[in-house]
Every structure is written in C-alpha cells, then in structure tokens.
Design a protein around this ligand. Structure first.
Ligand code: F6R
Length: 606
C-alpha cells in the first residue's frame, strides 16, 4: 500500500509530485505529504485525507525547489493522523523519508536508538532516525547501513539537506520504478506518475539501492556492489491514465472493456487453426502434454476470474484445475510437483499474498506463470513466464477491466491446452470466432447504461441483496456481489443457484432482493426454477438474461438483456451489467466510487 513519488531535475518539483500523488492515490488515501529541498532547509507539508486536502493546505502556493519526495498513505502502523503522515523527518529536519511497507523489528530498533523524541507512532519514523544515526556525510551509505539492520519490507525515498542534489531510493518487497528523462529522474511506486514525461524506466529489484541525481542513477545491492540495470519502454500512455470525460475512473474503465479486450486477444488467437498462442507459457508442446494439473491462485476479483478459468481448463483441456485464494494457499500444505502448472493472477502484480503463494509454489517445484496487468511488477518478474493482460492502467480501486482481461487470457490458455488434447479444429474455430465477436457484444451492453442506472435507482433503499448464478455464472455472481459491497457498502452475498434452498432462502423477503444471472445455457432451466422459488418468497428480482428470452421477463421485476455467446465466454459479458449496477448504486448512495473507504488498490501487506 501507500504511494511514493520523487522528482529530481530542472523543473519545479511540487506540481509534478502533486500530480503524481493523484495518480497513486488508488494505493492509499488516508493522508498525504510532500517534502521539497530548498536552500535554507527542507520544506514539508502533510495533511490527513486525500491529496486535495494537502493541496488546500498549500493554499495555492508552490513551494519552490527542483528536488522533492511525496507520499500518499494507507495506514498500517499508527492511526490516520497528520503526525503519522509521511514524509517523516530525523536529524532536526535535515533528513526526510517516505516509506511504503512494514519495518517488523521497529520496536527493537527503537530500543537501540535510545533517547530519541518521536513525533509519530510509525515504524517509518524509526527508520528515518536509524538512517540519521548512521549518517556521516554519505546518505546512500547511511541508508545501506540502516537497511542491513531492518527486518521487513520497504519501498523508500530519502533526502538529506547536506546532499541537496540527490535522492536515495531502496526497495525490498514494495515496488519502485525510476523514470529516465532528459536531465531529470522520476521515482514512483508504479509508472503512472511519470507517463506524461517519459516512457523509459528501470524497475528496482528487491535488495537494491539507487542513488539518483539529475543526470545519473547508480544502483547497488545491499553489499555495496554496483549493478547494471536495464532500461525498459513502458507501453502505457498518459491518456489511458485519465478520466477522459467520465465522471469516475471506474466508469471509464468499465467502458474501456471492449477496447482492452481486443488488446488482450490481438495477435494471440489464430482463427484458421482455431487456437491461441501465448508465448509466455514457456513450455514445449511435449511439456504441455505432460502437465497433469493446473492451479490458479489469486485474491479478490482476480480469484473470481480464476474460477471462470477453472471451468475452461476442465472443459476444454480436461485438466483437473483447482482455484486457491492466495492468502490460504500457503497455509494448507498444497501438493505440487513439476507436472503441476500454477498460474498466479494479479492486476497489480504486487499483492503480497499472491506473491507469497508464487514463491511457495516455486519452492515446491511447480512451474509458475503469471497473468498480470502491471508491466515489470514483482509477480511478473518472479514468475517463470506468463502473459500480460494489456488492460492498461486500472486506477479505480474496484477492479473491472482487469477482471475481463484475466478471464480472456485464461480462456486463451485453456484453448491452447485444449487444442493439444481434445478440442477439434472446428470447436477451436468456434471459440476463436466467439471471442472475436465479444467486443461488439460488450458495446451492446454498455449502451444500456442508462437503463441500468434507472434500475439501480430503485434498489438504493435495500440494505441486503443476494446474487445468484450457476456454472460459469456463479463466479459472476460473486464478482457482482463484491463490487456492490466494496463501492456501495451494501451488504450482499453470492450463492450458486442450487445452494439457495440449503440455507440462504431463509433470508428472502420483500426487503431482500435477488440479482440473478439466468442466461441461456445448459443450466438455464435449473436457474429458472431457482428464480421461481425466489418469486414464491416475494423477493424482488433483477435478472440478467439472454436477448430474445421474452418468457423470463414474467419472473423479473427488472431485467437487462445481454447478447448470446458460448457458455464459457458468458462471464465476459454478464459481469458488465453488474459492474454498472454497483457503480450506479454507489453514485446514488453518495459513496466515493473510485476511493472506497478502508480499501487500497494494491495490497502489499499480508
Ligand atoms: C476488487 C479488487 C480486489 C483485487 C484484489 C487482488 O475490486 O480490486 O479484490 O482484485 O485485491 O488484487 P490484484 O489483482 O492486484 O492482485
């Protein structure tokens, strides 16, 4: 969690840092702060609340200076107060530091530091004092000595008044990217703050410390050995990271889906062969045939995408497939071997639980591939291979377009394996053609945005809801329910339709509406019966049904029709009305759609 930005160059740092913080606000938004190197000392301002509060505190002034660091916080140690906001200072304000991560042994270090007057309750301030205690005129050396004493995780930027033309950056477990400009450098937790200025970046690896000046970046490992870093080109552009006229990032990202879906499958499907080619699998055909089991590991929305993937791997490739929530995976003694193929799925590529699961799977000898959105992220780099989902920057905290593209990539992998096993050319061609038709079908659903908004208007009075789906639409129900909880703060549960009568049906009443996905597939009749059972309990129903199914309307208080597609591909379409429903509910209930309370986009703590 938390976002870090740093700038060193010829431009005024404050506007760049504030703009950068806005881009990183999705990582945490309970307080923010900025520190600018000035001739007579380091200027610092901090504020509780979002970046705009900090901007308000600056009262239209732009503290002068061309070197600075800034931070947006998601609290871990210490409450949400201005004193706990970063940057923290030490050495009477000569040293400032912004930190992302957790210093596990901060109590121990505090004891060792002895008589220090702390101004905050944070572990980060202890680190600032530790660095200051080692300072003898060389900030990088002091940082390295301090880090040798630290247990925990960090993404770190540090400045010292006595070395005004330098920022020290360090990383262990919390991402940091350095953007390379013309006589200037940017530092940030992800590339979005620098997209407007440069596309050339280097990603710091764990255990690396960089000394960044206007004209130079020197990187070292913790043993003080210089390291040569590769410069990479980022494909994302600044426009993708803006709202482009939409009221919220979430709405923009929902509407991005047809385009980014095309980006995900472009060049990766072969219509004539009826197959997919994902080079990131990094296996020969023989090795692919040798795989006996697939495991999909992820958190939250990504785990619901994984659940769709399970249906695809089992149906198309006849490969036994398990889905694990990453936070549970390590603690259940999973049985893995080299014939097990593990996919770790993550939008950010930084989720701590998913990363830990990846490392555990590698340790146990499994082949591990990533399905990731953020280029150069830790999971992407630590996996044995894998595929970027090409969803572009996803800045709303609630995930939408990344989910769709994760499902897309899982379908492509399942097809690729399927074609080596049991899927015929003809079936493969049908799947590829159905995939190619998805973007237009998504547009048909997006055109119903106003109708979905009108429906949402009639559900705002309910405190609880039930989401139901069967087969591939059960994960869709889970995803619809999660979206509603996290951004509208409306309690909802999701169940497979057939499970309803084993308990949750007791909840149903006129005050407990049901959102059900009842599209035309092999479970249609069963799902229809479940909806009859709901109607008999007088609960209001909002149905997602297939275009042309006029009959089902008699069971619906509200209905949205989606175009027909192959059953395995249905989640690509059926999730969209539920994303829009949650979005409009949240807006109507006056919630902060893009920055829901207590959440942060990238969960880099366990
Ligand atoms: C829900 C949501 C979260 C994430 C989860 C995993 O809208 O965004 O549930 O899906 O925290 O994040 P990534 O995909 O970055 O690993």
């Amino acid at each position: 969690m938390c976002g870090i930005v740093g700038y060193i160059g010829d431009k005024q740092a404050t506007p760049i840092l504030l703009k950068g913080l806005r881009r990183l606000e999705y990582r945490g938004y309970d307080s923010a702060g900025i520190a600018i190197m000035q001739p007579d000392g380091i200027f610092r301002e901090r504020s509780v609340g979002k970046i705009e509060k900090l901007v308000g505190k600056l009262q239209g002034q732009t503290p002068e200076g061309t070197v600075g660091i800034a931070h947006t916080r998601w609290a871990t140690h210490g409450g949400v107060t201005e004193a706990n906001a970063h940057p923290h200072t030490a050495a009477d304000g000569d040293l400032v530091l912004a930190h992302n991560g957790i210093i596990e042994n901060y109590r121990e270090l505090k004891k060792e530091l002895g008589d220090v007057k702390y101004k905050s309750e944070t572990d980060s301030e202890v680190l600032a004092h530790l660095i200051a205690s080692f300072y003898e005129g060389d900030l990088r050396k002091a940082v390295m000595k301090a880090l040798a004493r630290v247990r925990g995780t960090y993404g770190l930027v540090v400045m010292h008044r006595k070395e005004p033309e330098k920022i020290i950056a360090a990383r262990l477990g919390s991402p940091l990217v350095i953007g390379i400009g013309d006589h200037e450098h940017y530092i940030a937790s992800d590339p979005t703050p620098m997209l407007a200025y440069t596309k050339r970046v280097t990603f710091l690896d764990d255990g690396e410390v960089a000394e960044v000046t206007k004209d130079n970046v020197q990187t070292f490992n913790l043993k003080d050995k210089a390291i040569t870093k590769h410069i990479e080109e980022i494909e994302w552009n600044d426009e993708q990271a803006q709202k482009q006229g939409f009221a919220h990032f979430m709405l923009k990202e929902i509407f991005d889906q047809p385009t980014v879906f095309e980006d995900a499958i472009r060049g990766r499907v072969e219509a004539e062969e009826g197959t997919a080619h994902l080079g990131g699998i990094n296996l020969t055909e023989k090795e692919m045939r040798n795989i006996k089991r697939v495991m999909l590991i992820a958190c939250g929305t990504a785990s619901y995408a994984a659940m769709v993937g399970k249906y695809a791997f089992e149906r198309l490739a006849e490969l036994p497939c398990e889905v694990d929530v990453a936070s549970e995976f390590r603690y259940r003694d999973p049985i893995l071997d080299e014939q097990t193929l593990v996919f770790v799925i993550s939008q950010s590529g930084e989720t701590a639980d998913t990363l830990a699961a990846l490392r555990e799977a590698k340790r146990k000898g499994a082949k591990v591939r990533g399905i990731i959105n953020v280029i150069g992220s830790t999971i992407a780099r630590e996996a044995h291979g894998g595929t970027y989902i090409h969803a572009g920057p996803e800045l709303a905290v609630a995930s939408t377009k990344a989910y769709t593209n994760m499902v897309a990539i899982l379908l492509l992998y399942a097809l690729q394996f399927g074609r080596l096993r049991r899927v015929t050319v003809a079936t493969g061609q049908r799947i590829v053609n159905a995939l190619l038709a998805i973007p237009e079908k998504m547009q048909t659903i997006l055109k119903q945005n106003d109708a979905i908004e009108a429906i949402a208007d009639t559900y705002t009075r309910y405190q609880d809801m039930l989401f139901l789906g069967r087969g591939v639409n059960f994960p869709v129900a889970l995803e619809g329910s999660l979206k509603l909880k996290e951004i509208a703060y409306v309690h909802s549960e999701a169940y497979p339709g057939g499970e309803m009568k084993h308990g949750p049906i007791a909840l149903l009443s006129e005050d407990f509406p049901v959102v059900a996905i009842v599209t035309k597939n092999q479970l249609y009749d069963k799902m229809r019966s479940n909806i009859e059972e709901i109607r008999a309990r007088k609960a209001k129903t909002f149905l997602i049904a297939t275009e042309g199914d006029a009959d089902i309307a008699e069971l619906a208080n509200d209905i949205i029709y989606v175009p027909n597609t192959m059953e395995l591909l249905e989640p690509l379409l059926n999730t969209i009305p539920l994303q829009l429903f949650a979005y409009h509910m949240a807006v109507k209930l006056g919630k902060d759609v893009d920055r829901p309370r207590n959440l942060a986009k990238s969960v880099t703590v366990e």
